[in-house]
Design a protein around this ligand. Structure first.
Ligand SMILES: O=c1ccn([C@@H]2O[C@H](COP(=O)(O)OP(=O)(O)O[C@H]3O[C@H](CO)[C@@H](O)[C@H](O)[C@H]3O)[C@@H](O)[C@H]2O)c(=O)[nH]1
Ligand SMILES: [Mn+2]
Length: 729
């Protein structure tokens, strides 16, 4: 293994997956054929045509989604990198420089102390510090965030050398001080911990007050900076650009240590120019960083995703700086992993398929999609395809431009302000051909997709020690809110001229197109899930039987299709080291997503399409209420406050239990299990999945229980559904 930088191997399940895919496709085709036959020959009345048509639509959508899922299973590849060999191939002085872009948008939803922790953990990478530049984008335009970073800049002078000298693994201060894994350096440890705590206290104090109090401001220049935030009319949506160089690598510290650059940027905003949310923030940072340092490597990072492994950058370089690297390599993506997931992951927050299984599957094709954070890009990818450069409007932004002046030089600072201005992008190709792409609320998915369509390839790096750890939503309202935003963003791509099935397949090949289509059309899963949650149940309540009898051969088809899909899904979880319980919770949240956020996303997308204003990018809260955290750790689903998105699945739970009880009674009367079986099974499955919902409605008394309002509306709707349909029939 002497000087290998990386290796790969095909996963042993590949052959099985392919054979299974063929068999399963045949079963699907038979089922569809069966539906069409029933529709043509046996459906004579209104009552028999309606359910068959609904089932046909559902099964067609499920079949399509199955095909897209299967595209991830045809060529999975696992990679391994050997960062310890990097220095054998590349001299330390030839290590490339890196610009790290961190986004934050709201000091109240994203506590500045956490953003600071993220930044410190990244500044402390095991890498020559003078080659690292950290840029923080503050879309909240908040003095609180700037204050936090002025504090962080001071603390970094102590923290970084401490990490390096003691070879510490947890370089996120909060994670380090709250774990019990610190060996020697006890005295120093206590001292630094006290400094950290006092910094944390000052930052939290300032956030609590909502402003930086005068005694925290040390000198006149600082006072002038904070005064900028207090001018008349200043708000997060309306303010000039503020750029502060908080740490300059060219200047050594008092103790002669070199440090990374640390730059705070709050781009200009006003009500008349669209700011394009995170994509806009990243483009602005991309330009500011071009002007100041223009490093060939760019890492994008969400403010809650701290580094959990100081070797990560070197690991990424094993691919990027490999002399034999693929010439079209555009980015190296690490998965999003989370700290503080509860044992059985009740909200399916781990997103194992999205962040692990699917990227491994795309690895054998053109490489994984971009997931918004933990991604090391070559700066060049933001300027056209591998063989067709799309030059930016000014020389200084070209990826090959060499910056010769220090970052604090007057002309550099002026130009940085200029490129962060909100009119800068007017009549330019930014967001369309250059940089992160506009037009979707999931700018990450859309940007990665467009880059891969241009011909860029990517690599998935999945070390066993997570490279980054982030926060997950710990209340249902946050979890579904996030999914709804994704749903809208995905549909924006799915139904644009960049539709992955057509445009994507033409640019990247059919299978890659299908992979991207899997996400773009995620939200339409709400259609079959809604149908299967209500139709068999309501039919059962009305004595209408819509599935084959147990003795009918096509019953076996249903058994195979159900067990096959669920079995393979579960197998994937086990294959990637998750647990049965997590899988079970994941499939439940899949149903909840289908019934609520996907459905709401679908509707909101249509409203938006009609030109009616909708919410935009609603930032996920990263603040954790103690009581709420406690309930989360106990594995209780948090409802708490009424939210319209809770209604569809609560209604479904009620309809299902009604139908199950009714079906059982009917079974006792007529004893025709043969005919009732499939419907009873589906209903029973629904009830099993709804268990925590019943608990939240009737058994729990804590603050996270289901609000009375949600219960009342849902019971009302359930009765209308069950009663109304029987009136029609
Ligand atoms: O106007 C905005 C809105 C958001 N953000 C930042 O974007 C990041 C992601 O926002 P978050 O609320 O945490 O969204 P999530 O749904 O958790 O994020 C996932 O989905 C997003 C797309 O919807 C991707 O951008 C993220 O990388 C991905 O982790 C955060 O750092 C925010 O500060 C901005 O900078 N400006
Ligand atoms: Mn997030």
């Amino acid at each position: 293994m002497g000087t290998l930088l990386h290796t790969y191997k095909h996963m042993p399940c590949t052959v099985f997956n392919r054979v299974f895919a063929i068999i399963y496709s045949c079963a699907i085709l038979t089922l569809i054929y069966h539906h069409i036959l029933t529709l043509l020959h046996h459906s004579t009345t209104f009552i028999s045509v309606i359910p068959t048509t609904f089932l046909l639509i559902s099964d067609l959508i499920l079949a399509f989604m199955w095909a897209t899922t299967t595209s991830f299973r045809l060529r999975p590849i696992l990679r391994q990198a050997y960062p310890e060999n990097l220095e054998k191939i590349l001299h330390k002085k030839d290590f490339p420089a890196i610009d790290i872009l961190i986004c934050t948008a709201d000091p109240y939803k994203e506590p500045p102390i956490n953003v600071v922790n993220t930044a410190l953990s990244l500044m402390a990478y095991d890498y020559p510090p003078e080659k690292i530049s950290v840029y923080v984008s503050d879309d909240g335009g908040s003095e609180l965030t700037l204050f936090a970073f002025t504090e962080a800049a001071k603390f970094a002078e102590i923290w970084l050398p401490f990490c390096r000298d003691n070879n510490i693994m947890d370089r996120c201060p909060e994670a380090y001080f709250s774990s019990d894994r610190h060996g020697k350096a006890e005295l120093e440890f206590e001292e630094i911990k006290a400094m950290y705590e006092s910094m944390k206290m000052r930052i939290e104090n300032v956030v609590e007050r909502g402003e930086v109090c005068p005694d925290y401001i040390s000198d006149e220049p600082q006072r002038q900076i904070f005064n900028k935030y207090r001018t008349l009319g200043f708000s997060r949506a309306n303010h000039p650009t503020i750029i502060q160089v908080l740490k300059e690598s060219a200047k050594e510290t008092d103790k002669g240590q070199s440090m990374p650059n640390l730059v705070y940027v709050s781009r200009e905003k006003n009500k008349n120019s669209p700011h394009h949310f995170k994509a806009g923030a990243l483009n602005s940072l991309l330009r500011v960083s071009s002007v100041m340092t223009n490093s060939p490597i760019v890492l994008t990072q969400d403010c809650d995703m701290y580094s959990n492994d100081p070797q990560t950058l070197k690991r990424a370089l094993c691919y990027i700086s490999d002399p034999l690297a693929q010439p079209k390599l555009g980015y190296v993506q690490f998965p999003q992993r989370y700290h503080g997931l509860n044992k059985d992951d009740i909200y399916g927050g781990e997103l194992l398929r999205l962040f692990v299984a699917n990227p491994v599957g795309m690895e054998g094709l053109q490489g994984p999609s971009y997931v918004g954070t933990g991604c090391f890009f070559l700066r060049r990818v933001f300027f056209g395809g591998p063989t067709s450069m799309a030059p930016p409007e000014i020389q200084e932004l070209r990826p090959d431009h060499v910056v010769e002046k220090p970052i604090t030089a007057q002309p550099i600072i002026e130009l940085a302000h200029h490129v962060a201005g909100c009119n800068y992008e007017k009549d330019t190709k930014w967001g369309f051909q250059l940089g992160f792409r506009y037009g979707s609320l999931v700018e990450d998915y859309f940007t990665g997709y467009r880059l891969q369509c241009e011909g860029w390839e990517s690599i998935f790096c999945h070390p066993s020690r997570p490279a980054f750890l982030g926060d997950i939503p710990i209340s249902l309202i946050d979890a579904v809110g996030q999914t709804k935003r994704w749903a809208i963003g995905l549909l924006e791509v799915g139904f644009s001229k960049y539709n992955p099935v057509v445009f994507g397949a033409q640019s990247m090949g059919f299978v890659m197109g299908l992979c991207y289509a899997h996400y773009a059309f995620w939200p339409i899963l709400s259609i079959p899930i809604t149908i299967y949650s209500f139709l068999p149940q309501i039919a059962l309540l009305n004595g209408v039987y819509i599935f084959p009898k147990v003795t009918d051969p096509s019953f076996l088809l249903y058994v195979f299709l159900f067990l096959g899909a669920y079995g393979q899904d579960c197998y994937d979880f086990i294959l990637f080291n998750s647990t049965y319980k997590r899988w079970w919770n994941d499939q439940r949240i899949w149903l909840i997503r289908g019934l609520s956020p996907y459905l709401f996303g679908l509707v909101e997308y249509m409203i938006k399409h009609l030109g009616i204003a909708t919410q935009g990018f609603n930032v996920t809260s990263k603040v954790q209420d103690d009581e709420q955290s406690k309930r989360y750790d106990q594995g209780l689903i948090e409802f708490g406050i009424h939210c319209p998105m809770f209604i569809p699945f609560t209604t479904a739970s009620i309809v299902n239990i009604f139908a199950l009880i009714f079906g059982m009674i009917r079974l006792l009367n007529t004893w025709s299990l043969e005919r009732l079986f499939v419907q009873l099974f589906i209903t029973g499955f629904g009830v099993l999945n709804s268990w925590p919902v019943y608990e939240a409605m009737f058994l729990r008394s804590d603050k996270g229980r289901m609000p009375i309002k949600t219960i009342t509306i849902s019971i009302f709707l359930a009765s209308v559904l069950c009663g109304g349909v029987s009136l029609i029939l």
